[in-house]
Structures are given as structure tokens and as C-alpha cells.
Design a protein around this ligand. Structure first.
Ligand code: AMP
Length: 561
């Protein structure tokens, strides 16, 4: 077994990590630390989140930086405020026995004045999100001219979030850097481009397979009809009583609506999406971290960079459009050697997408059935019994009450008492699930099972057959060639819309870009929207059935009516 001693770290750092309980380096640490300690080599580390990247770059930085110089020497750029704070927290722990080393977190949504004052006090390491850093550069409140090391953490996420120009700007504003270290979970062409432009023959270290999901994660999927998605979600939550999880939706409207519905139904859940103020976001994250909230529902953008320990489940309420995003979502669970489950609620049309994801994560996804009402009750019941059996009792506190209890229940059998206790917890639950319908898509499941067993070419053929069979039953048109599908919506000028506001409304609801839309025709009561063919079902799924001023919105393909 490899130990930290062999990596060349100085005494004070060894002492700190030993106190933190690190006994062996993780693979990324073992491979990167010796290279990075040389200080002069550009570096690309391909590793998933949760693999110990922070120590892999943090420890060498702390060793390389000159504590006598009280100006910024190292810059770590990361995609989100949460990640920024996590990195700083870790670095603070690593530098516990190192004197004269100061680090600052620079991120949006917090007082810039305070950050500027901290910078002025003389710090050596800056950990920053791109937006706020550029703000500081433009205000001339930070001097990056003496920066020797630039670390780009979660580079792929930063590009996903549209920070490419910002990163280039930052790299151009660090003229004296001796080396650039780039960490990323995936290696899309954009990152290659950045590395080619700004890095000099970087050493490349890969841990595990790039684009590969963690083997500690069990990937499961459940096929349901679109209108059963919400019910299926509830069942999956109820079937996993100890769940501590993140649910992903494609749109903020979905995240908000589902959170509200589930809260009304008694679940511990809150939503994280772009519309929240930083304060609200902090409050939600705080509650989730300390487990007051059992479930968090979030859009991909809002959840980026969040690192919460011990997530048991990730649930994809819908699959992401971009299959690579699946890896980011599922990577929230199964961290630090723990096991986790990533469950995806999918529609029959998405089987092709599942296969694409399988190719990326390089492990099979398991098709499971949505549990029946009975299964859910049984599972909850066993969990409840376990809870009773394992409840910690402080004997002294109950000393006075036990004789009264014994007297009160003297005429009641043990069986009767247990029944009553169970009824208190379960009556509502049993009633709800008594008549629960089967949510699995049955007729088609044979074809899907075949998918799982068959080879790729067979799969491809079946996939086509399956798709056309589905479309036939929906009575959809098959007109190929044109770029757009025309969608009907039962909203019009009478609802207070004019074209621009209506355009904004559909974009907000579906989280799509303006470029995906074509013509909009508005009448008093109805409208028609042209949307790119490939995005039509997503738009329908995001809008159809939602409420507008208390009325159900209906959206469907215009040609199918
Ligand atoms: P990171 O990928 O840097 O976010 O690290 C994920 C988690 O693993 C953090 O909680 C680290 O403190 C922890 N960690 C990192 N390296 C080690 C190690 N060598 N031994 C034990 N825990 C570690």
C-alpha cells in the first residue's frame, strides 16, 4: 500500500492530514502530488468529483508558496460559491500547522467590500468563482500579476456554465504564471482547445476512466408514462425510507412545482433553482447539509458544484438533455468509497438515450419496476419496526412513567398495543396506497427487456421499431425534412399575452433557448409555436399540464389534432 510519506510533502502538511484522518493518498493524489510539487509543469488531472482533488492540488500549492511574500501567488478558479467555500475550508485544514499562509474566498452574492479588505490584508491564495474575480480585476482590487500557479477546478463544469470567455480573460491576466493545473471530470473538445492555447506540454493524469461513472453507484431506471412521473417519484421516495437525496429536474418551474406539491404532502423537501437569492440558497443548502431537509430538488445549473456528503440517492425526475450531464448528476452519490443509487424515471421514448448514457458510464443500467403500493407499505413497515427497535431510550427519564403506562394498558394485549402504534403511523399511508395503481408501462416492457439482453445492432433495429410503434399509437405525424414542429397551446391574447411576453413565457417554462423556436402565431384563445423538432417533446413535457392562473395549460403537436 502507498503512503503519503513517499510523496515528498513537508512535515507540517503531513501532520495536518494525519490529524484529518488521511492515511493513504487517493489515486489522484498519489499520481499528481509528486508532479505538482516540481512547480514548473503544466498539468491536466482527469478525475471525478469526490476523488480527493482538493488535496491533490491544495497540498502542493501550500508547499510551493512563499509565505514571506504577502501578495496573491496562487489562484484557484472553480464554478460555484459552494465549491469555492469547500476548497477554502479544506485548505484551511491543510495549512493548520503552517504559519503566515492566508487564503481568501472570492465569490458572488457576498459583500465585495469584505472580500477586498481581506485581500488587502495580504493573502497568498485566492479561491474564486469567475464572475466575482473578474469584477475584482476590473475594479483593480486584486493584483494577479504575481500569480505563479493557476488551478482550474471542475473545468468542464465551468465551460458548461458558460464561463469560457471569463476563464480565458483570467488566464490572460496572470502573465507570470509558472504553471497551470487543470482538473476536470470529462475532456470535451473545448477543454482541449483551452489547454492547447494556454498550456505548455501538460503532464496528463487520468484516474479511473474519463467520463466514467463511479462503480459504487447502482444505476437504475424505471419506465413510466409521462403523466405518472410525479406519482412514480413519490413511490420511489416512499420505498426508500432512509433516503437522503437530490432530485434533478430540467426546468426551474418543475423543481419549484414538485417541491411545493411534495411539501404539501408532508415530505421534507425544498427546491434549489436560479431564481433564489443567495441568502435563500444558503438557507436551503444549510438545511440540506444538516439533514433538516431530507430531499433537495434542483436544476442542473443550480446544483452545479454542490458537494454534500453521504447522499444516498440521486433521482432523475427526467433524464438530462445532454447525456454527459448524467455523470455530473449521478456523481453526487457514491462518493468517498460509499455506495449510492442513481434512479432515473424515463419515458419509453428515452430508451435510446439510456443506451447512450450506458456507453458513457460504461456500466449497465438496471431496469427495475416502480414498486407497487403493497411493496411500499411493507418497506415502510419494516423501517418503522426497525426504528422502534433501535430507538435510544434514556431509562431514567421514563422511570416515573412506566408504572403509569403499565397500569393504563393493563387490560390491553401486547398485540392490541402494537396494532394501535402501527395504525398511528400507517393508517394514512395504507389508505393512500390501498388502491394505488401499477405505474409500470406493461405492454411495452417485453421489448425493453429485449433491449437489455440484445447486442447493439439488434438493439438499434428494435429501437426504430419501438419508436415508430409508439408514434403510431400517438397518431403523430411523420413528416420529415422540416426543421420545426408546430405546437398548439390553449393560451392566447385573451390571457394577457402578446408575442414577446408569450415567447418569454414558453422559454421560462421550458428552460430552452430562443434559437430553438420558430414562428409564433397568436389568436385570442389559442396560439401555435414552432419549435425545433428535437426539442418538441421536451417543450410539451415542460408546459403541458402546468397551470396558468389556475387553468390547466394544454400543449400538443398541432398536427396530431
Ligand atoms: P474532494 O474530491 O477533494 O472534494 O474530496 C472528497 C472528500 O474526500 C473530502 O471530504 C476529503 O476530505 C476526503 N479525502 C480526500 N483525500 C482523502 C484521503 N487521502 N483520505 C481520506 N479522505 C480523503
Amino acid at each position: 500500500m502507498h503512503q503519503f510519506d513517499a510523496l515528498g510533502l513537508e512535515e507540517n502538511l503531513m501532520k495536518a492530514i494525519t490529524e484529518m484522518g488521511y492515511t493513504q493518498p487517493t489515486p489522484i493524489q498519489e499520481k499528481s502530488i509528486p508532479i505538482l510539487l516540481s512547480g514548473t509543469k503544466d498539468f491536466i488531472g482527469l478525475a471525478q468529483t469526490g476523488t480527493g482533488k482538493t488535496a491533490a492540488f491544495g497540498l502542493p500549492l501550500l508547499q510551493l508558496i512563499n509565505t514571506a511574500d504577502k501578495f496573491p501567488q496562487a489562484l484557484i478558479v472553480c464554478p460555484t460559491r459552494e465549491l469555492c467555500l469547500q476548497i477554502v475550508t479544506e485548505i484551511e485544514k491543510f495549512k493548520k500547522h503552517k504559519r503566515g499562509m492566508e487564503v481568501v474566498a472570492v465569490y458572488g452574492g457576498a459583500s465585495i467590500g469584505l472580500q477586498i479588505r481581506t485581500i488587502k490584508r495580504g493573502i497568498q491564495i485566492v479561491v474564486a468563482t469567475p464572475g466575482r474575480l473578474i469584477d475584482l480585476i476590473e475594479r483593480k482590487a486584486i493584483n494577479l500579476h504575481e500569480i505563479r500557479y493557476v488551478v482550474l477546478d471542475e473545468a468542464d463544469e465551468m465551460l458548461n456554465m458558460g464561463f469560457q470567455d471569463d476563464i480565458e480573460f483570467i488566464l490572460q491576466n496572470t502573465p507570470k504564471k509558472e504553471s497551470t493545473w487543470l482538473f476536470s471530470a470529462t475532456m470535451p473538445p473545448e477543454i482541449r482547445k483551452v489547454s492547447k492555447k494556454y498550456m505548455n506540454e501538460p503532464a496528463e493524469v487520468t484516474v479511473g476512466q474519463v467520463n466514467t461513472a463511479n462503480v459504487n453507484i447502482d444505476h437504475q431506471y424505471f419506465i413510466v408514462a409521462s403523466h405518472h412521473r410525479y406519482e412514480a417519484l413519490k413511490r420511489l421516495i416512499d420505498f426508500n425510507p432512509g433516503i437522503y437525496g437530490i432530485i434533478f429536474t430540467r426546468t426551474k418551474a418543475d423543481a419549484q412545482e414538485i417541491a411545493e406539491k411534495l411539501t404539501r404532502e408532508g415530505y421534507d423537501i425544498d427546491a434549489l433553482h436560479g431564481d433564489l437569492s443567495q441568502q435563500q440558497r444558503d438557507a436551503v443548502m444549510g438545511q440540506f447539509r444538516d439533514k433538516t431537509l431530507q430531499l433537495l430538488i434542483a436544476t442542473d445549473v443550480a446544483a452545479r458544484g454542490i458537494d454534500v456528503k453521504d447522499i444516498t440517492h440521486v433521482i432523475n425526475y427526467e433524464l438530462p438533455d445532454d447525456t454527459e450531464v448524467y455523470t455530473h448528476r449521478s456523481g453526487r452519490t457514491g462518493r468517498a468509497g460509499k455506495t449510492g443509487v442513481c434512479m432515473s424515471i424515463v419515458h419509453s421514448r428515452e430508451i435510446g438515450k439510456l443506451r447512450q448514457i450506458e456507453r458513457i458510464i460504461k456500466v449497465p443500467m438496471h431496469k427495475l419496476e416502480i414498486p407497487s403500493g403493497k411493496d411500499v407499505c411493507r418497506k415502510q413497515f419494516f423501517a418503522f419496526m426497525d426504528k422502534i427497535i433501535h430507538t435510544q431510550i434514556n431509562d431514567e427519564s421514563y422511570e416515573a412513567y412506566v408504572p403509569i403506562l403499565i397500569e393504563k394498558f393493563a387490560d390491553m394485549s401486547k398485540e392490541d398495543i402494537l396494532k394501535r402504534v402501527a395504525a398511528m403511523e400507517f393508517d394514512r399511508f395504507l389508505k393512500y396506497y390501498e388502491t394505488a395503481e401499477d405505474l409500470n408501462v406493461r405492454e411495452r416492457s417485453r421489448t425493453f427487456d429485449k433491449f437489455s439482453r440484445d447486442g447493439r445492432s439488434e438493439r438499434g433495429r428494435d429501437q426504430g421499431r419501438e419508436r415508430s410503434a409508439y408514434r403510431d399509437t400517438q397518431g403523430r405525424s411523420f413528416k420529415g425534412g422540416d426543421q420545426f414542429t408546430r405546437l398548439f397551446v390553449n393560451l392566447g391574447t385573451k390571457d394577457g399575452f402578446y408575442k414577446a411576453s408569450f415567447l418569454q413565457f414558453v422559454l421560462d417554462m421550458s428552460d430552452m433557448k430562443k434559437e430553438s423556436l420558430g414562428r409564433i402565431d397568436m389568436r385570442e384563445l389559442n396560439s401555435w409555436v414552432e419549435v425545433e423538432k428535437k426539442s418538441a417533446s421536451r417543450m410539451i413535457a415542460s408546459i403541458n399540464g402546468k397551470k396558468f392562473k389556475g387553468r390547466n395549460i394544454r400543449m400538443n403537436e398541432a398536427d396530431s389534432r
